[in-house]
Design a protein. Structure first.
Length: 258
């Protein structure tokens, strides 16, 4: 028997995409791209930022204040989504941030590790687990936004150890999710950006660091948030139905072959 995937709209119910960390930077750009095909719900911890992003992105985008590292908040959102839409077609786990941690300060390092792992890794698990039964079978899509740091350890000693660990863990988690959800016709993939200039992460970098980062990129420019958003859009589409458990590097050639 051949399983057919849902179209962009089934009957009167539009398809739905959820983007965590959707209020700024890469997440906001992803929400903008997905809104051309879906109703989009953006999640984040800062209500004012989310509201401003939703207003800018238009009527197909709604905002919900959710800390994805907190199970009760994620479960409450899942129930709200079930009541409002009854489905979710695309889950993009993009929430996360970088905090420096070194081996030299174990007390500060412990709390920083907990915080960074919670936002970048645990949150992706909680949100996907909470929404798994709302994903169409077949046809559901999960896209997890990792980082080149998962493969490089970051661009400087101590700068991104917790972040690199979280993003590497996210890749492993994605592979496990792909195996679990694959028999239902649901794909799980990873997008791993390199240096993306127009994000909150990087906009305050010193000019010399920006130059060094661009020098590592063989196409000779910094990445843009739309470069990542287009990659996510493809993996979230019906056209990517035979791709799962894949890491798509979006780094301008800084690193490849992994």
């Amino acid at each position: 028997m051949t399983l057919s995937e849902p179209t962009v709209s089934q009957g009167s119910r539009p398809t739905v995409a959820v983007v965590s960390g959707g209020g700024t930077g890469i997440g906001k750009a992803i929400a903008a791209r997905l809104a051309t095909r879906h109703q989009v719900v953006i999640l984040g911890r800062r209500a004012e930022v989310l509201a401003a992003a939703a207003a800018e992105l238009g009527p197909r985008v709604r905002a919900h204040q959710v800390d994805v590292s907190v199970k009760d908040e994620v479960l409450a959102f899942a129930e709200r989504l079930r009541a409002d839409h009854g489905r979710v077609d695309v889950v993009v786990n993009n929430a996360g941030y970088l905090l420096g941690v070194t081996l030299a300060d174990i007390d500060a390092g412990e709390s920083t590790m907990d915080e960074v792992l919670g936002a970048n890794l645990k949150g992706a698990y909680l949100l996907t687990a909470a929404l798994r039964e709302l994903l169409p079978s077949p046809g559901g899509r999960v896209v997890n936004v990792s980082s080149i740091a998962a493969h490089s350890g970051g661009s400087g000693a101590g700068a991104a150890q917790a972040y690199a660990a979280a993003k590497a863990g996210l890749t492993g988690l994605s592979f496990g999710m792909a195996r679990e959800l694959g028999p239902r016709g649901i794909t799980v993939n990873v997008v791993a950006p390199g240096f993306i200039a127009d994000t909150g992460f990087t906009e305050e970098f010193p000019a010399e660091r920006v130059r060094w980062l661009i020098d590592q990129t063989i196409v000779g420019r910094a990445g843009r948030v739309d470069d990542v958003a287009h990659a996510v859009e493809f993996l979230a589409s019906q056209e990517a139905s035979f791709i799962t458990g894949h890491v798509l590097h979006v780094n301008g050639g800084w690193m490849f072959g992994r």
